[in-house]
Design a protein around this ligand. Structure first.
Ligand code: HEM
Length: 253
């Protein structure tokens, strides 16, 4: 087989695109595409459910803290305390790793396959697609900050983070107080809100791509799916994005 680097475009001077993929079958694009789609959908579903959980903040501290305590004890005594929570964490961490690895590999291969031929003057509709790497990167930073802040308690001002505590079999969580301590800082609240808008863009484009990959071809079905993707993404961006601002301005206290 001729070496890939020696290939030239027979019709011009531009180097011909390099072969896209020479790896094992399980790292082929045909595998990576559904991996990115399934893991992205699982994380999207988590974000939707997490948003519904966040809305409990409007019912007050007791409802929010009871929900946080329930999350740690769900399934008990069939499974140990925190068992379901740790299983969920394992699934999400695996999805995150697979999603980032497959999406980045597909994007790099796509760029390489296009070679020097780049599409110019893209329409606004391509904004989401073009920014997936940037919005995805920002979301990764957000997840790290968010976990350090509200799960591990390292970023909230010293002494103000309260761990969930068990006494006499009863678990008391302080997720509400921790949330307020975190998001009453202007920098953190604005960061959260900006990231939620970014998340909306990432989610809308991601859900639309999944619908597309599943083979939605009819114009009516495509319209319904596009509207659904945008509606879900808007719901997450608006509901999650408003929360930090409501806390910062003291509406939620
Ligand atoms: C304004 C938006 C958000 C708010 C107010 C919020 C709030 C919270 C709170 C209070 C906790 C701790 C819950 C507890 O102690 O039981 C938490 C945990 C978590 N959040 Fe969020 N969250 C937001 C957005 C997100 C987004 C967009 C993601 C994913 C991209 C996310 C992923 C997580 C994860 C993975 C955990 C850790 C669960 C665990 O392992 O205990 N959150 N969030």
């Amino acid at each position: 087989m001729a070496p890939a680097t020696a290939r030239r475009d027979p019709l011009g001077d531009a180097p011909a695109p390099r072969p896209v993929h020479r790896g094992a079958r399980w790292t082929s694009n045909a595998v990576l595409k559904p991996v990115a789609a399934v893991t992205g959908t699982v994380m999207g579903a988590f974000v939707l459910v997490h948003m519904l959980g966040n809305l409990k903040v409007f019912q007050g501290a007791d409802a929010y803290n009871s929900y946080a305590a329930w999350l740690r004890d769900v399934g008990y005594p069939l499974v140990p305390h925190d068992g379901v929570l740790w299983a969920l964490r394992a699934v999400l961490a695996t999805c995150l790793l697979l999603h980032v690895a497959s999406a980045l590999t597909l994007r790099l291969r796509g760029r390489r396959a296009r070679g020097v031929f780049r599409r110019r003057g893209t329409r606004p509709a391509a904004l989401g697609a073009g920014s997936m790497t940037v919005t995805g990167g920002l979301l990764l930073v957000f997840v790290a900050v968010h976990l350090l802040d509200l799960t591990i308690g390292r970023l909230v001002s010293p002494g103000s983070f309260q761990e969930a505590a068990r006494s006499g079999g009863q678990l008391t969580a302080h997720a509400y107080e921790n949330l307020l301590a975190s998001l009453s800082r202007p920098g953190m609240a604005v960061f959260y809100t900006l990231v939620m808008l970014t998340l909306g863009l990432h989610l809308a484009q991601g859900l639309w791509t999944v619908a597309h990959d599943l083979g939605a071809t009819g114009p009516r079905l495509r319209t319904v799916l596009a509207v659904t993707a945008v509606a879900l993404a808007l719901a997450v961006a608006v509901a999650n994005g408003a929360l930090p601002l409501l806390i910062l301005t003291g509406v939620l206290s």
